[in-house]
Ligand binder design. Structure first.
Ligand code: GAL
Length: 404
């Protein structure tokens, strides 16, 4: 099914976007910031694609509670593509028979202390050819609100065709159509009065990080789809390097759902994946089967120290601060003057990586804790050398101390 995904990139020239400004217009004034920290939850797509149903969602919601995921912060239960049926004569979109009562499903999710996420797009059809919201934005937003939806992923898909045809190849026109299409659904959501996290999925086209907040985006995909390989996961991280300044409370760069707990990556590779997402302040949307998690999977998804980095209240995203060939260091400023760092080794065998604290913005001695072994690490004279496994990571939380 994933072959249906709109994976092709329309290339827009750099610099076409207007100056960004950080409006959080999705919310009525005076309400707390929606997505003040990166949204956390679970989505159907990576593990189940279109093989989804009401029953599956309830089972996953139950597992989210029983496994401790909810209590660790994962609250959104997101149904991606594969729920949409047909519109009736009044334009009402009905779910497939596999989802007999969306309102009841939303109520069930809420009764577990979780939140309800759904999927649509600005085109006439989704990437899988199912009904999307083109021409029915307000009607759909009202229906989503009546079902209790708290999070909407809005996927460009077939709207790209409309952009291409109607713009006649004029890139500036095409991009303003794309912005308008997202703004249209943003306004439709606002009109319902129900806060919904607005998750923009247009694969990073037209440097969306520069204008996503202006059209109500609480998060926007920075790249094409992830898949369950180390190579793809790392290439997404590389693509997101240098975008940290565009993220902040209420508006986040989104490198896509997690593949932790699926079968394509080794334990070390999955730890690299989770560490990078936390350092990038990415939404943490699990994409595995929560009813059947190994101890290794749980040790990653439920690592509270790494989650705390992702959810740090300062809300500043981290970035790559050093690179030499296949070796990289990423750093993220945290509240209280602390800094999280990740030493990443893209070679297949273990090697040494030296962290210079100055690269992480620390110009004093520091106390450090390894966030995967949960042990104290001694740092002397402004640098630290670690042995990093092949495709693996060493992740530290540094607290600056006395001057060097
Ligand atoms: C793609 C999107 C994926 C998933 C898929 C569903 O366009 O990037 O994340 O939503 O559509 O068909």
């Amino acid at each position: 099914m994933r072959t249906f995904t709109c994976a092709l990139l329309l290339m827009f020239p750099a610099g076409w976007a207007q100056t960004p400004h950080r409006t959080l217009a999705i919310q009525p004034p005076g309400t707390p910031i929606l997505a003040a920290t990166p949204p956390m939850g679970w989505s159907t797509w990576n593990h189940y694609a279109h093989n989804i149903s009401d029953k599956l969602i309830r089972e996953q919601a139950d597992a989210m509670v029983a496994s401790g995921m909810r209590d660790a912060g994962y609250v959104y239960v997101h149904i991606d593509g594969g729920w949409e049926g047909q519109r009736d004569a009044n334009g009402m979109l009905h779910p497939l028979p596999t989802f007999p009562d969306m309102k009841a499903l939303g109520d069930y999710i809420h009764s577990k202390g979780l939140k309800f996420g759904l999927y649509s797009g600005p085109g006439p059809v989704t990437c899988a050819g199912a009904e999307a919201s083109y021409g029915h934005e307000e009607q759909d937003a009202r229906m989503f609100a009546s079902w209790g939806v708290d999070y909407l992923k809005y996927d460009l898909c077939s709207y790209r065709m409309i952009m291409q045809i109607e713009s006649g190849g004029d890139v500036t026109k095409a991009e303003s159509m794309m912005r308008a299409a997202y703004e249209k659904m943003h306004q439709a959501i606002l009109k319902t009065g129900r806060p919904m996290v607005f998750s923009m999925c247009q694969y990073g086209l037209g440097e969306v990080w520069e204008w996503g907040p202006q059209v109500g985006g609480n998060m926007w995909r920075t790249s094409n789809d992830i898949n369950d390989t180390y190579e793809r996961m790392m290439s997404i991280a590389d693509r997101q390097a240098e975008l940290s300044r565009f993220a902040g409370p209420g508006h986040w760069n989104d490198p896509d759902f997690l593949e932790v707990g699926n079968s394509g990556m080794t334990f070390d590779e999955q730890k690299s994946h989770f560490s990078l997402w936390a350092l990038m302040a990415a939404p943490l949307m699990a994409g595995n089967d929560l009813t059947n998690m190994s101890e290794q999977t749980k040790s990653i998804l439920l690592n509270r120290d790494v989650i705390a980095v992702d959810q740090d209240p300062l809300g500043k995203a981290g970035d790559r601060v050093w690179q030499q060939g296949a070796l990289e260091v990423w750093a993220r400023p945290l509240s209280g003057g602390a800094v999280a760092v990740g030493l990443f080794n893209q070679l297949t065998s273990a090697t040494h990586i030296t962290l210079n604290l100055a690269d992480a913005g620390i110009h004093s001695n520091a106390e450090a804790e390894d966030l995967w072994t949960h042990s104290k690490v001694s740092i002397q004279h402004g640098s630290y050398t670690a042995v990093v496994p092949g495709h693996g990571v060493v992740m530290l939380r540094l607290q600056p101390k006395t001057p060097l």
